[in-house]
Ligand binder design. Sequence first.
Ligand SMILES: [Zn+2]
Ligand SMILES: [Zn+2]
Length: 242
Amino acid sequence: MKLTVLGNNGPFPGPGGACSGYLFESGDTHIALDFGNGVLANLQKRIDISDIDFVICSHLHADHISDLFVLLYALQMMNRQMTLYAPPEPALELQKLDLNDIYQINKIHEELQIKINGLTISFKELNHPFMDFGTKITDGETTFLYTGDTCYTPNLLEFATGVDVMLCDGAFLEDIVSDKHLSVKEACEVANEAGIKTLILTHLAPFEKPETYLEKGKKHFKGNLLVTEIGKTFDLKDLAKP
Ligand SMILES: [Zn+2]
Ligand SMILES: [Zn+2]
């Protein structure tokens, strides 16, 4: 199980940057988690567009889905369709992706389970101004969780408990409590309580240095702390070791 960072800024990219997008790989399975601006170009440095099995969108904010509107052109030229999992709300935002039957849209809900090549994928609603679902992927040995964008919610702690590696929104360096994102301190506290082995902080502000997130997080997280970097591939099996 591997995770490659295709974009990690939010809510807009810094110079040469890209917004949220990650490639999860296990054997021949390739799943794109979010598809923000800049992600399509970075994805093709690692795999072909035709290798993507499906795309999961945590939520429908533009910094997480905007490259789906140009992926559409590529799919049209390739005469292909793409399976897309996305939250049902806001319905008007989801409708914008319902174009020419290119995307086969499946609405995410908490009872949904996707099974593919020995992987089980499940979802939990978290808390963000747009409906956001955390995505959990397990092969029965190693469990990975991507939060999308969320502020603190007991749902996150519940969903994260038993997870090995968490890719987590830690947008705010300041120790603030908001209804939009977690602060680094909050992300670390949830990860500590949930017993996460490796916490990977993401949704980094375009005007901040990634090292600043590490320095801040190290004051709070007891486990292995990492930060996203575009192009970097994490070996999730390695990061799940105690
Ligand atoms: Zn975002
Ligand atoms: Zn958002």
